[in-house]
Design a binder for this molecule. Structure first.
Ligand code: ASP
Ligand code: MG
Length: 416
């Protein structure tokens, strides 16, 4: 039997009793004959507490010292968990990220993993030991301690699974799997048995917090099967893998939402070849992430452009444009905050016409005005007023037949 990587999040190791529970979960997999590598987050809300402590000293901490501080959280949980494994009579050894050979670039606070020197881990596994690796942390080539960004332990786990060619990677968390939408908004949301990597990546990027988007990216790239399941129950979770066999005909697998959206309209731009590249080049130089873009041509002379950004970036985006008013040559700038984006995601969309029509109809029937639209092969997103976001999620969940016990029609509406 091969290697299994098990990851346990902060809630799962939030108390000594829970750490003991995690040790028993590890024993289960180990007793099936697998070699086991474990990754854990810091206990409970400890990372937030450490951030708050730093905040009592300065508003602008050095990123290097921040990493030094935050990596202590995971160091506590690996040591305690390893002791709990010893108490169960299991051979185990804990490693910090750098001891485990987790080599990253040098960008403090959001380092990316370059490689994992797995020799030490493999030696332990060969001796029959369970290896417990601190999540979320690594070391740069010049020996600096780094972190992978908030929520980064998922990525540690998947990267370990890829580097060790593990059979699969188990993400144990406080929910029982990946749902068709946020069950706090739609109680009829149901747990998916399976979801494909690209669907999961869209959902994670669109705001489903269950997996860190970079971990899904890494799993997809290295084809590491993932299972998301609860640390607290025996329920089977959701498998995230290359292609899914069941429910293949579903057009839409999930509804995601993002409440942090603003829109900027630049009116009366000169209708020239370089207009768009100039406008979005300026925004890119300012590291502003633009999402939806709509261009409408008035005539041969004049064009309007509207785009969406995260609401936390709209001021900056507006400033950049205003500062370049002369170069851009527009007439008027209008910005609007308080928006949300709702998205329908599903690999089946590519081959099923009519998904957009169904989405627009559902929103229209709910009296929700659509302000912008963007599509990809596997998703359709609409910007709407934020105060209608929850209504929109509910309406779409029903319209796409995702509510529990309702079979989705696989036929598409006529005429589209
Ligand atoms: N402890 C880190 C955080 O809270 C990493 C993680 O939990 O994945 O962001
Ligand atoms: Mg997490």
């Amino acid at each position: 039997m091969g290697i299994v990587v098990q990851k346990f999040g902060g809630t799962s190791v939030g108390s000594i009793e829970r750490i003991r529970n995690v040790a028993r979960r590890i024993r289960e997999v180990h007793s099936q004959g697998h070699e086991v590598v474990v990754t854990v987050s810091a206990m409970g809300k400890q990372t937030d507490e450490l951030v708050a402590l730093a905040g009592q000293i300065t508003d602008d901490p050095s990123p290097r010292e921040m990493d030094m501080l935050l990596t202590t959280g995971e160091q506590i949980s690996i040591a305690l968990l390893t002791m709990a494994l010893h108490e169960l009579g299991l051979p185990a050894r804990s490693f910090t990220g750098w001891q485990a050979g987790m080599v990253t670039d040098a960008v403090h606070g959001k380092a990316r993993i370059k490689r994992i020197d797995t020799e030490k881990i493999r030696q332990c596994l060969d001796r029959g030991e369970i290896v417990v690796v601190a999540g979320f942390q690594g070391i740069s080539e010049d020996g600096e301690i780094t972190t992978l960004g908030r929520g980064g332990s998922d990525t540690t786990a998947v990267a370990l699974a890829a580097a060790l060619s593990a059979d699969y990677c188990e993400i144990n968390t406080d929910v029982t799997g990946v749902f068709t939408t946020d069950p706090r908004i739609v109680p009829q949301a149901r747990k998916l048995d399976e979801i494909s990597f690209d669907e999961m990546l869209e959902l994670a990027n669109l705001g489903a917090a269950v997996l860190h988007p970079r971990s899904v990216e890494c799993a997809m790239k290295h084809n590491v099967p993932l299972v998301v399941r609860s640390s607290f129950t025996e329920e089977p979770g959701t498998w995230v893998k290359e292609s899914v066999t069941m429910e293949d005909t579903l057009q839409v697998r999930g509804i995601a939402y993002d409440l942090n959206v603003a829109r900027i309209k630049v009116l009366g731009l000169p209708n020239r070849v370089e207009t768009l590249s100039r406008l979005f080049g300026l925004l890119a130089d300012a590291h502003i992430n633009v999402d939806m873009i709509v261009q409408s041509e008035h005539d041969a002379e004049v064009v309007d452009v509207a785009f969406s950004v995260g609401e936390d970036e709209w001021k900056q985006a507006r400033n950049v444009i205003e500062q370049n008013r002369e170069t851009l040559g527009y007439v008027k700038l209008i910005s609007e905050t308080g928006l949300a984006k709702v998205s329908a995601v599903g690999a089946g969309m590519v081959t099923n016409p009519g998904v957009a029509a169904r989405m627009f109809t559902a929103l229209t029937d709910a009296g929700i005005r659509i302000k912008m639209v963007s599509t990809s092969e596997i998703k359709i997103s609409c910007a709407i007023a934020r105060e209608r976001a929850k209504d929109a999620v509910r309406a779409l969940h029903t319209a796409f037949g995702l509510d529990v016990n309702i079979q989705q029609e696989v036929t598409s509406p006529a005429g589209v």
